[in-house]
Design a protein around this ligand. Structure first.
Ligand code: HEC
Ligand code: HEC
Ligand code: HEC
Ligand code: HEC
Ligand code: HEC
Ligand code: HEC
Ligand code: HEC
Ligand code: HEC
Length: 399
């Protein structure tokens, strides 16, 4: 093949001859900084911009004190090539050959303790294709497409680690050279399916449409980029109604973390054109989870007694049956309960926005919001209380 012209170059030449713009390339987030410094500076401080860190460059990235011995920790600081995450859990990776592999302990940030780390066989769909040994499960195939920009499966290289600008805006060389709206993807200008797909490419459990790809099993949508149709690359993990699985509760609610996409597509809000970024500003805010406004304020931007979006009651208290301003009156308390485990007993919020009826807890083992808080009471008690709420249909919530 020496001396032959690479196919990509031929395409670019053909495009140039036809008078079209050449294929844009990935240039990295720093190339956006000069003109979008406000956004860049905010983004730089977000978790998404810092999920993967090299402890040699960022010694403070390692949360636990590695000088304190722990039987689970069988590795040294020097072996850690990368640290992933910081919010609920932190995992550690070693470089072996041309790939990275997870070390056997992870830090539980809530309880401030070490826990073992190994993906159990029979959990993730791909476990049957890899031996049950962390050092046989490379992050290139199983993790890195979602923690980097432009992961190249041939060279195992990236344009940059972390969720850089171009992961959501597409390759930006042409735009940076000659800024225009026509040569960069703005999610806000896409239809609701493709707009949400930009987030769902990472915030979901699924599997590639093509399995395997060149003989290898990938757990991320290889080939997808912002603006394309995710369904051509990725299938959301199947849910079998009535069955509790690794990924789903019996009613279809996510059963683990990183499934906001699987959840949200089930919501009425999704079909009405609400997007992930109607609530989150991923360039960074001062609020938890980069919410545009604190949760208690944000829902009421579009909801309230006078809103056609509901709830359809004379006041918020009448809808929630809890004192205004109290914990039980927060919209997220009943519509986004923390029931999706991320590590041990620590759970993140559901994103179906569905109210889970207490009777489902008994029949299908799905935690319901009432008993998440009223843990000393039974689902029967909650159903009994709900039967007293005159504006609610007992057939839906208290049957
Ligand atoms: C040389 C300056 C410059 C650089 C570098 C630059 N931009 Fe822009 N960008 C602009 C200007 C100017 C606009 C507004 C264009 C218009 O309204 O016609 C813009 C608009 C945008 C928009 C909004 C498009 C829309 O539909 O409204 C996005 C998204 C964007 N840029 C992302 C990026 C990203 C990502 C990078 C880095 C890869 C980048 N920009 C680099 C100048 C720049
Ligand atoms: C995780 C996805 C994501 C990342 C990372 C991201 N953006 Fe955006 N960006 C969006 C979304 C979604 C919108 C549309 C939301 C909106 O305008 O409300 C947007 C809108 C924009 C706009 C147009 C609207 C405006 O506020 O001017 C610009 C410019 C922009 N982004 C630049 C950048 C730059 C530069 C970076 C990197 C420093 C970046 N973005 C990183 C998702 C992302
Ligand atoms: C390349 C994959 C990727 C894409 C695309 C992506 N995310 Fe993320 N997101 C992540 C990762 C990884 C984290 C975890 C960061 C951490 O905990 O260190 C994260 C974290 C978050 C968080 C939690 C932040 C916090 O401080 O708690 C929110 C909210 C979020 N993403 C929303 C979005 C939205 C909205 C979009 C689409 C506009 C999006 N993400 C696109 C990978 C992605
Ligand atoms: C399909 C995309 C995808 C794949 C594949 C993926 N992740 Fe993530 N990862 C995410 C997203 C999105 C988040 C943020 C949401 C969350 O934490 O649930 C995240 C967050 C994390 C966090 C940080 C959580 C925190 O508390 O801050 C760690 C650690 C992590 N991933 C490790 C891994 C490892 C190890 C693998 C491979 C075995 C992997 N991820 C594979 C998308 C992915
Ligand atoms: C209607 C508003 C809304 C929409 C739409 C929405 N979220 Fe959220 N999201 C929230 C709220 C509220 C929280 C909770 C923040 C908290 O507990 O402080 C949250 C939390 C999160 C978190 C942090 C994990 C947790 O549970 O604390 C991630 C990651 C996230 N959202 C991603 C997404 C993604 C990806 C989408 C689209 C698929 C999405 N969100 C759609 C409101 C929304
Ligand atoms: C950008 C506007 C917007 C925001 C912000 C928003 N919603 Fe909605 N919501 C809607 C729309 C639109 C509907 C659909 C109303 C309809 O067609 O009846 C809806 C419907 C709902 C429904 C009924 C869904 C169903 O399947 O029955 C619930 C519950 C809900 N929202 C909860 C929330 C919560 C909780 C928050 C805050 C975390 C929130 N919403 C924030 C616009 C929004
Ligand atoms: C204490 C629990 C609780 C709280 C708190 C709560 N809701 Fe609800 N909500 C419900 C129940 C129960 C339903 C009925 C669900 C069903 O019929 O499937 C419901 C239904 C809804 C609906 C669908 C339309 C309707 O009226 O039936 C919307 C919209 C809604 N809630 C919005 C909100 C908003 C916005 C907040 C915050 C101000 C909120 N909810 C707080 C329990 C709660
Ligand atoms: C976020 C936590 C939370 C959720 C979710 C929640 N509650 Fe409450 N609830 C409280 C708190 C705190 C009080 C006491 C203060 C008050 O009245 O607001 C309370 C009080 C009550 C009371 C009166 C006192 C008692 O214990 O007899 C009833 C009845 C009740 N809740 C029923 C429910 C039902 C039914 C649901 C589900 C639809 C629910 N709650 C969801 C936190 C919650």
């Amino acid at each position: 093949m020496r001396g032959a012209i690479a196919p990509g170059l031929l395409l670019a030449l053909a495009a140039a001859l036809a008078g079209q713009n050449p294929q844009p390339q990935y240039v990295g987030s720093t190339a956006c900084r000069s003109c979008h410094s406000g956004i860049y500076d905010r983004w730089k401080k977000t978790r998404m911009a810092n999920v993967v860190r090299d402890p040699k460059e960022h010694p403070d990235a390692i949360l636990p004190d590695l000088s304190k011995p722990d039987p689970l920790v069988t590795f040294t600081k020097g072996e850690i090539a990368f640290v992933y995450g910081s919010k609920w859990k932190q995992r550690y990776f070693k470089r072996i050959g041309d790939d990275y592999y997870p070390l056997a302990a992870q830090w539980d940030a809530t309880h401030q303790i070490w826990r073992a780390y190994a993906v159990r066989d029979g959990t993730d769909w791909w476990t049957k294709f890899y031996p049950g040994d962390n050092f046989k499960r490379p992050t290139g195939a199983l993790c890195d497409g979602c923690h980097s920009v432009n992961y190249d499966i041939e060279t195992k290289s990236v344009t940059e680690w972390n969720v850089g600008c171009e992961k959501c805006h597409g390759p930006g060389s042409e735009h940076a050279r000659k800024p225009a709206r026509s040569n960069i993807v703005n999610p806000a200008r896409l239809g609701y399916v493709r707009a949400n797909d930009i987030c769902i490419q990472c915030h979901s459990q699924g599997r590639p449409v093509e399995i395997p790809i060149r003989g290898k099993y990938y757990d991320w949508p290889v080939g997808f980029r912002a603006g394309l149709d995710l369904k051509d690359f990725w299938r959301l993990e199947e849910h079998r109604p009535g069955e509790t699985t690794f990924t789903h509760f019996a009613d279809g609610t996510a059963h683990k973390n990183r499934m906001q996409g699987n959840d949200f597509v089930q919501s009425l809000m999704y079909t009405r054109g609400v997007t992930c970024f109607s609530c989150h500003d991923v360039h960074g805010t001062a609020n938890d989870a980069d919410l545009l406004k604190p949760a208690s304020v944000m829902c009421l931007e579009c909801h309230g007694p006078d809103s056609p979006n509901g709830p359809h009651t004379a006041s918020i208290e009448q809808h929630t049956h809890h004192a205004g301003g109290s914990a039980g009156s927060e919209c997220v308390a009943c519509h986004m309960p923390k029931i999706e485990p991320t590590i041990a007993d620590v759970s993140v919020r559901s994103h179906t926005f569905r109210f889970v009826a207490p009777s489902l807890t008994e029949s299908s083992k799905i935690p319901n919001a009432c008993n998440v808080c009223h843990a000393d009471k039974s689902p029967d008690w909650a159903a009994g209380e709900l039967r007293k709420w005159p504006e609610r249909s007992p057939w839906r919530v208290a049957n």
